[in-house]
Design a protein around this ligand. Structure first.
Ligand SMILES: Nc1ncnc2c1ncn2[C@@H]1O[C@H](COP(=O)(O)OP(=O)(O)OP(=O)(O)O)[C@@H](O)[C@H]1O
Ligand SMILES: CC(=O)N[C@H]1[C@@H]2OC[C@@H](O2)[C@@H](O)[C@@H]1O[C@H](C)C(=O)O
Length: 354
């Protein structure tokens, strides 16, 4: 099938869209990709919803209005691809993720998107997993495993988005995964506050600062790092701790310390055996301070996923195209080793156009 995958990640920067050929098990050719940047107004409304989400009702008028806007933007991203397709995988925008309380919430009007694109839309990928006692995230591991079919194992795949997550592919076909901790989220917030920029381009500010090791130790004392895997995170989990641990630092030293925090948290995830190599996807692979810190913490090569011919900006979007086909076929989206569910579990919902 030809699937279009759509992902709007925790960075709230916009929609990544990608075309992928797959039967939900094997990944064939990858097609066009596109990125649609959210306008500031939408980003501000999303940020407000993110902060208010725990107290919001599903039919809150602002939630419904933003969900329609999100569907509009995703329909525009689909139009940018100008591609034939059989199905769309629509992740939606996570505004709340609290699996311990049985909640994960991705907003986006899937019916409206199906209506606008005239295609079946798979959506709500995480709820079934959380309802069954799983973490509901990360969901990329089965896609990573399919992509890495021909690559030597053990292999570690790292995604550094707003939150960072890993997939460990063992030599014996074992698949383990978790969110490791912060990705670019805290660094983005820091840079916005101190320089007005949306993010630290190429990690220049972080690379010009000095890591404050006592502050870093304080950040790494968060109880999340003592939890066994699988485990997953809300985008705002570290906000209060980061504010406290970085108070009074210069812009450059704060950025350096937060970049080091991201890398240290990734390296802190307990793995059954050292990987042969580490492949990095997501916007964080462009940050040279994060990449240098990662290389310092792993004794094996650490490369952007482009080293094996993948597209590190499109990988998550491609993932939701792949998962859409799995939803259609009723195949599992998660495993005991990836989200902690008791057995491999299908999920997602489908809406038809018209
Ligand atoms: N050239 C660059 N230099 C440094 N950092 C960059 C660069 N380009 C992107 N980034 C970082 O990557 C972030 C976006 O990454 P990405 O698109 O992978 O995240 P996301 O998909 O929104 O998040 P998640 O994977 O958590 O859902 C930006 O917010 C920025 O911090
Ligand atoms: C709840 C939620 O939206 N989680 C996202 C987020 O962004 C990165 C990390 O946190 C990961 O757990 C997940 O996304 C990817 C695509 C995943 O499910 O694999």
């Amino acid at each position: 099938m030809i699937a279009i995958g759509l992902m709007s990640g925790t960075s709230l920067d916009g929609v990544d869209a990608a075309v992928i050929e797959t039967d939900g098990e094997v990944v064939g050719r990858s097609g066009k990709t596109a990125t649609l940047v959210f306008e500031d107004g939408l980003r501000i409304r999303l940020r407000r919803l993110l902060d208010a989400a725990p107290g919001l009702a599903p039919d809150d008028p602002e939630v419904l209005a933003v969900a329609r806007l999100i569907a509009d933007r995703h329909a525009e991203a689909v139009a940018m691809l100008a591609s034939r397709a059989d199905i769309i995988g629509f992740h939606g925008q996570t505004i709340l993720h609290d699996p311990a309380a049985g909640r994960t919430w991705q907003i986006g009007d899937a019916g409206l998107l199906a209506h606008k694109t005239l295609l079946p839309v798979a959506f709500d990928f995480r709820s079934a997993d959380v309802a069954a006692g799983g973490e509901g995230a990360p969901l990329a591991p089965l896609f990573h495993a399919a992509m890495a079919a021909g690559i030597a194992k053990p292999l570690l795949i790292v995604n550094i988005g707003g939150v960072a997550n890993i997939t460990y592919l063992g030599a014996d076909a074992e698949i383990l995964a978790c969110d490791t901790g912060p990705g670019n989220g805290p660094l983005d917030d820091w840079v916005r506050r101190h320089t007005g920029a949306a993010f630290d381009r190429d990690g220049e500010l972080a690379a010009s600062g000095v890591v404050q090791h006592r502050r870093l130790e304080r950040l790494l004392s968060d109880g999340y790092f003592r939890r066994p895997i699988p485990k997953s995170l809300d985008r705002l989990h570290f906000s209060a701790l980061v504010d406290e641990a970085t108070a009074g630092l210069s812009a450059a030293d704060g950025a350096a310390t937060l970049a080091a925090f991201t890398a240290a948290a990734i390296a802190a995830a307990p793995l059954p055996a050292p990987p042969l190599r580490v492949l990095v996807a997501g916007g964080g692979r462009h940050n040279r301070a994060i990449m240098a810190a990662l290389r310092g913490r792993f004794a094996v090569p650490v490369d952007p996923v482009e080293a094996v011919g993948w597209d590190g900006d499109a990988l998550e979007a491609q993932c939701f195209g792949f998962l859409a086909v799995r939803v259609l076929r009723g195949l599992p989206l998660s495993l005991p080793g990836t989200t902690g569910v008791a057995q491999p579990l299908p999920g997602g919902r489908l809406v038809q156009p018209g």
